[in-house]
Design a protein around this ligand. Structure first.
Ligand code: NAD
Length: 479
């Protein structure tokens, strides 16, 4: 597809809500905008509060049976679910590109990655822990499901985030209701429909809707856990809203990750990894590198090396061959990113590179590299979540560490050096849920991922993430 073909986008059949095993319509339709054209490409149903009640009742009924299902059979069904999604990967990737904007190959990669998390969750058994088993007493610590989990997701990785939550929730015997972002509900709704081919009714339901629907899930008596990925502001509102029913929470919130490049690193050798560490997915990555600290004496070299990479990046529609960066996902976010760049420039930041991007009407933003030495400008102090990377000079490594840590966020951070011992030493001093060395951000299903400080509560992935979908119930039997 070429840029001229933007007017002839593929026609899409609207997926429906999934409630109690059935595909149903809802009264609050949502027009979903293709960010490459800024025009709606499909209208999907949005659920009413009455439908939410029906779904919660169905989920509780389904959860009662699902938790009693033999764990091996449950795991088999979760794997069958992953297989069904994989069998439709091309269809889902297209929906994802149309609603999110990312290039088609990246959309496919997102789904593949999410499925690996589902499969890893299905492969992990949580064994009982026998504390004591003697002549007087037998004590066993068992992991029991929570009941009904609400998975509330953001628009940057709609399917990855949904699959991160669906896999462990189902594998541990819970029912799940997924509420995708109103900006990107389409592929997730389709996953809900596909799941009905293999899962019992009510075990996995998908309800599209706005923030109000999210609030109703958070406050609902029949929901036992919220697994949320999104902004810090919403995470705080969810924590407050969930207090009335003492729900369990996993909150994966925003980040403002710093990368600290040590003086011995080689700009030419690491520029590509630094660039993609910050600006993959059009910079809309929770744990993307968002502030780059480089030695003052080498700041010009880093600006140049990053510019060399940025020049090769083709921005355009995710359906176009050769495009590696799509549009920003939505209009308010585009306005925010533009505003942050303008503000930084007005406050003395040097725009060292501004790439090419198609003119509207899509939400395209050129790759922008900035040099500023102030941590107080919005583009440095806040999560910019767009294709903009500020490069900041430091005089001493101690100063760089202090500035990297000087934020309420604590999702990720990275150190870049050819000297492993020095890198580890600096890594030990960075306050983040994950500290990477010579890479940023790498995630995998066998490794927990979560934020320190105000970047979240709890982790996803690995056995640690799985445990968060369970409670402890102790069996204590007198002999
Ligand atoms: P958002 O917080 O605005 O919305 C996320 C979801 O929450 C949406 O489904 C929305 O409808 C719902 N929601 C909004 N208000 C709610 C409320 N009061 N109660 C319940 N649900 C509510 O976030 P966003 O703009 O969609 O996503 C971008 C943010 O997500 C960024 O800050 C990014 O860093 C973060 N994020 C974090 C991770 C992570 O793993 N830490 C991953 C991806 C994105």
């Amino acid at each position: 597809m070429t840029a001229a073909d933007l007017t002839t986008r593929p026609a899409v059949t609207a997926p429906r809500l999934t409630i109690d095993g059935a595909a149903v319509d809802g009264p609050n339709g949502l027009d979903v905008v293709d960010p490459a054209t800024a025009a709606p490409f499909v209208r999907v149903p949005g659920a009413s509060v009455e439908q939410l009640d029906t779904a919660v009742t169905a989920a509780n009924r389904a959860a009662a049976g699902w938790r009693r299902t033999d764990p091996a059979e449950r795991r088999r069904l979760v794997l069958a679910f992953a297989g069904t999604v994989r069998a439709h990967i091309d269809e889902l990737a297209l929906l994802l590109t149309l609603e999110q904007g990312k290039p088609l190959a990246r959309a496919k990669g997102e789904i593949e990655s999410g499925l690996r998390y589902v499969e890893a969750a299905a492969a992990t058994e949580l064994a009982d822990e026998v504390v004591r088993d003697d002549a007087s007493e037998r004590i066993v610590v068992r992991r029991v499901p929570l009941g009904v989990v609400a998975a509330i997701t953001a628009w940057n990785y709609p399917l990855l985030l949904a699959l991160w939550k669906i896999g462990p929730a189902l594998a541990t015997g819970n029912a799940v209701i997924v509420k995708p972002s109103p900006f990107t509900p389409v592929a997730t709704l389709r996953v809900g429909e596909l799941a009905q081919e293999v899962l019992p009714p009510g075990v996995l339901q998908v309800l599209a809707g706005g923030d109000d629907l999210g609030r109703a899930l958070v406050e609902h008596e029949g929901v036992h856990k919220i697994s949320f990925t999104g902004s810090q502001r919403t995470g705080k509102a969810i924590m407050a809203g969930a207090a009335g029913t003492l729900k369990r929470l996993t909150l994966e919130l925003g980040g403002n990750d710093a990368g600290v490049v040590l003086p011995d690193a080689d700009p030419a050798a690491i520029a590509s990894d630094l660039y993609w560490g910050g600006l993959s997915n059009c910079g809309q990555v929770c744990a993307g590198l968002k502030r780059l600290y480089v030695p003052a004496a080498r700041a010009a070299e880093y600006a140049e090396a990053l510019t060399d990479v940025a020049r090769t990046v083709r921005v355009g529609s995710g359906l176009e061959d050769g495009v590696v960066m799509g549009p920003v996902q939505n209009a308010p976010q585009l306005a925010r990113v533009r505003g942050l760049v303008e503000d930084a420039a007005a406050r003395g930041a040097d725009v060292v590179f501004r790439g090419e991007a198609p003119d509207g009407p899509g939400y395209f933003h050129p790759v922008t590299l900035l040099r500023t030495d102030s941590d107080d400008v919005g583009v440095v102090a806040e999560e910019q979540f767009g294709p903009v990377l500020p490069i900041l000079a430091y005089e001493s490594v101690d100063e760089a560490v202090e500035r990297a840590n000087g934020t309420p966020f604590g999702l990720g951070a990275s150190v870049w050096s050819a000297d492993p011992e020095r890198a580890d030493d600096v890594a030990d001093r960075l306050e983040a849920g994950t500290v990477w060395v010579n890479q940023h951000p790498m995630l995998s299903p066998d490794t927990p991922f979560g934020g320190l400080k105000q970047s979240g509560i709890g982790v996803e992935a690995s056995v640690h993430g799985l445990l968060a979908y369970t409670d402890i119930s102790v069996l204590r039997a007198k002999r």
